[in-house]
Write a protein that binds this ligand. Structure first.
Ligand SMILES: [Zn+2]
Length: 275
């Protein structure tokens, strides 16, 4: 595997290899499920590079003009839809004529970031495009869990689960910390002091912790028993944004203790804000 590969992809090496193999005959619609948001997003880009790279080896070269354009999000055949930035059904419909044209390069990719957050109108509008596939268009839906995506989209897609490196299970000691985090969010006491020890979280531990919060949030949004049970949509939205910022900060190598303190304070604020 190329030494240029970012760790987000190295951590999901087997999925990257599968995508590389898939690039000779890609599905019209793909769901990337699990892992972290950054990993899902990076892997969608990896497939697009695999489809276009000028010097492919065991993977895309990551150095040719097309690989670099895709990396910079400057590739004309790459559409990224971000439901959290208030994607509207009109935008989805307006995109349709463009999708029926031949792509400028070999393939066009429409990446739906955080597809689970999409409202029903947008999801149904996209379903229409997925149901009437145009050759050389590939839809890629990214989500923490496939259950969050419209089932009719999932049933028409090839689902690729990412390794659960930052997964549901926390290591011993971390479960206790997670319960301290829960207490902190409810009472404003305890967790900050503990988590400010520098050795409290290593990078993997911090990522697992974020994934655990995400999972609990998803459960809470479905009304299941969790810290976030029946959380109001506005607060859930703020939580998702906070988790994304924390994940980004970790990937930029911000100290884990600082990220976790920021996240716990932010969660506490979101949780206790009067509507
Ligand atoms: Zn290349």
């Amino acid at each position: 595997m190329s030494s240029l590969l970012p760790t987000t992809i190295q951590d999901q090496g087997h999925v990257a290899d599968l995508l590389m193999r898939m690039s000779s005959n890609p599905p019209c619609s793909l769901v990337l499920e699990g892992g972290s948001q950054l990993q899902r997003s990076a892997l969608a880009g990896y497939l697009l590079k695999a489809l276009h790279c000028r010097n492919p080896g065991p993977g895309p070269c990551l150095e040719c003009d097309l690989c670099l354009k895709i990396e910079a999000d400057a590739f004309r055949d790459l559409f990224r839809l971000t439901p959290l930035d208030s994607l509207s059904v009109e935008e989805v419909r307006e995109m349709r004529p463009a999708l029926s044209q031949s792509p400028h390069h070999g393939w066009r990719m429409i990446v739906v970031e955080e597809a689970g957050e999409m409202n029903a109108a947008c999801a149904n509008a996209l379903l229409k495009s997925v149901e009437e596939p145009v050759s050389r268009n590939i839809f890629v839906f990214l989500a923490n869990e496939r259950e969050a995506i419209l089932p009719t989209i999932v049933s028409r897609s090839f689902v690729l689960p990412l390794g659960r490196t930052p997964g549901e299970g926390l290591e011993t000691g971390q479960e206790e910390l997670y319960s301290d985090f829960n207490d902190f969010v409810l009472s404003g006491k305890g967790f900050i002091h503990k988590s400010s020890r520098k050795d409290c979280f290593d990078l993997t531990g911090a990522r697992q912790f974020l994934a655990r919060i995400r999972l609990d949030l998803a459960r809470g949004m479905r009304g299941e028993d969790s810290l976030f049970q029946c959380i109001e949509p506005v607060k859930a939205h703020s939580m998702i944004l906070a988790l994304q910022r924390a994940e980004k900060a970790l990937s930029y190598k911000v100290r884990t203790d600082l990220v976790m303190q920021w996240l716990s304070l932010t969660t506490w604020k979101i949780f206790n804000k009067k509507q």
